[in-house]
Design a protein around this ligand. Structure first.
Ligand SMILES: *Cc1c(COP(=O)(O)O)cnc(C)c1O
Length: 457
């Protein structure tokens, strides 16, 4: 008769007495270790694989489960995907100035809502406003939790119970479960769709306007391109239409681009200043896309309208915390010197790095791997194409360089890299694991090399 391994499972108390487990108790709380021991026994009871065969194997299983349990769920990873502003990987990495500002403000007390000149209560909304108006040319500005919140707040303020007119070509989904029609509906505005998916004309907006209209909305097509038989009405031409109807024109602009990146081959995306100049009443954007700052929703535009937003009770529910304001203010300040912004803001320095430098780094990594015994048939420098990500420059392909790894099972290697001490997120293309360097900060190269060498060992 076959032996039933479930009968042989040890008791919790027995395992807790093992030397290896007692050692764990010197660094982890007893309740946690006990709980982990229990879960390891339970796992052995249910798993199809055989239970640990001896004391050492039990200790090993318990130790591994404890490490797993104590690890933060929010961890840093190395972004070797070739998508720089990867929404699932946290979008823009912050500039050192922003990190320093967070530390200073978070460590103690701050002028968050206190005016030191008068010694009286100040406003949280006062921060970043001057910088935002200076950098965009708008009259006033407000910062909320994210761009989705900016759209909800704006629509709720001006079009609650009224109609919001939008082109069918702009009823889009922008990653991270942001669907324009759903967001608009939650704001209390009634969606009025005009035009068709590929073509919308000024006359379509005009004929939809009535005494029920609360706002005209324009959403930037930030993560896809429409080509072929297409027509849309630029913001500039929507301005007189909204003005005639005496309703605000709300422009969801998205990317938060503050600089002209065409010298680096990134063309066709308007900057925030261009968007403001086009004349919408309010322009909304994210803080953590091309702006390169923390997650935030930035609204700039007409002073009277920004003021109305501030007075909406929803503004309180959507407000940002001091850490965000500290990071955003420090990031925005870097833009006063555009050359400095490009080198100091990681998102921008990554997007503008010359492909030659990426190739040189890939070569250095391959040499590193070769020094640790990885064959030159396995690891090679490859030319790739990276993308901006985060809903900006959707059609842009940025020349990039990668280390490509040719192994028997790319799926296995890709999974090993993901599950290392610091996860390395790459992609599989043409049967190889491709680690694109466009989104990897150069300071991480040595660590990346070591992680890859370990995964290949
Ligand atoms: C990214 C994007 C959003 C969503 O921004 P969040 O800051 O993630 O809420 C909204 N609109 C446009 C046009 C975008 O590109």
């Amino acid at each position: 008769m076959k032996h039933d391994p479930r009968r042989a499972l040890p008791a919790v108390g027995t395992l807790l007495e093992l030397d290896g487990v007692r050692r764990l108790l010197t660094t982890a709380p007893r309740d946690l270790v006990t709980d982990v021991v229990r879960s390891v026994i339970e796992h052995a009871r249910q798993a199809s694989a055989p239970a640990p065969s001896d004391d050492a194997a039990w200790v090993g299983a318990i130790e591994a489960a404890l490490v797993q349990r104590q690890r933060s769920t929010l961890r840093r990873v190395i972004n070797a995907t070739g998508v720089v502003l990867h929404t699932n990987l946290g979008r823009a990495p912050l500039a050192n100035a922003a990190l320093d500002a967070i530390r200073v403000v978070a460590q103690g007390f701050s002028t968050l809502e206190y005016d030191v000149t008068t010694g009286a209560r100040g406003s949280r909304h006062a921060h970043c406003t001057a910088l935002l108006t200076e950098l965009t040319g708008a009259e006033d500005a407000l910062v909320v939790n994210n761009c989705a919140a900016a759209l909800v707040l704006s629509l709720n303020t001006f079009a609650d119970g009224r109609e919001a007119i939008i082109s069918r070509g702009e009823l889009v989904e922008i990653g991270g479960s942001f669907r324009v029609p759903d967001i608009m509906a939650k704001s209390g505005a009634k969606l009025v769709e005009v035009g068709t998916t590929n073509r919308t004309h000024a006359a379509d907006y005009r004929s939809a306007i009535s005494q029920h209209t609360g706002a005209v909305v324009s959403v930037h097509r930030s993560n896809f391109t429409l080509e072929g038989f297409v027509a849309s009405v630029p913001v500039r031409e929507l301005v007189p239409i909204a003005a005639e109807a005496d309703v605000p024109l709300l422009h969801d602009f998205g990317s938060g681009l503050l600089l002209d990146l065409s010298p680096w081959g990134l063309t066709g995306e308007p900057s925030a200043r261009d968007a403001v100049k086009a004349g919408a009443s309010l322009v909304m954007m994210s803080g953590d896309k091309l702006l390169g700052g923390p997650q935030a929703g930035i609204i700039v535009g007409k002073a009277t309208m920004i003021d109305a937003l501030r007075k909406n009770p929803l503004a309180r529910a959507l407000r940002v915390d001091k850490l965000t304001l500290a990071a955003l203010e420090a990031t925005l300040a870097l833009y006063r010197d555009p050359a400095r912004a490009v080198s100091a803001i990681p998102a921008l320095s990554m997007l503008t790095a010359p492909v030659m430098s990426l190739e040189a780094r890939a070569g250095h990594l391959v040499a590193m791997l070769s020094a640790s015994g990885v064959s030159s048939r396995v690891a090679r420098v490859t030319r790739t194409e990276a993308t901006v990500g985060g809903g900006a420059f959707p059609g842009a392909r940025i020349p990039s360089a990668a280390v490509s790894l040719e192994v028997a099972s790319p799926e296995l290697l890709e999974a090993k890299l993901r599950n290392g001490t610091v996860p390395v997120i790459g992609r599989i293309a043409e049967g190889k694991v491709v680690l694109d360097l466009r989104g990897v900060c150069p300071e991480l190269d040595d660590e990346l090399g070591a992680l890859v060498a370990r995964a290949l060992a």
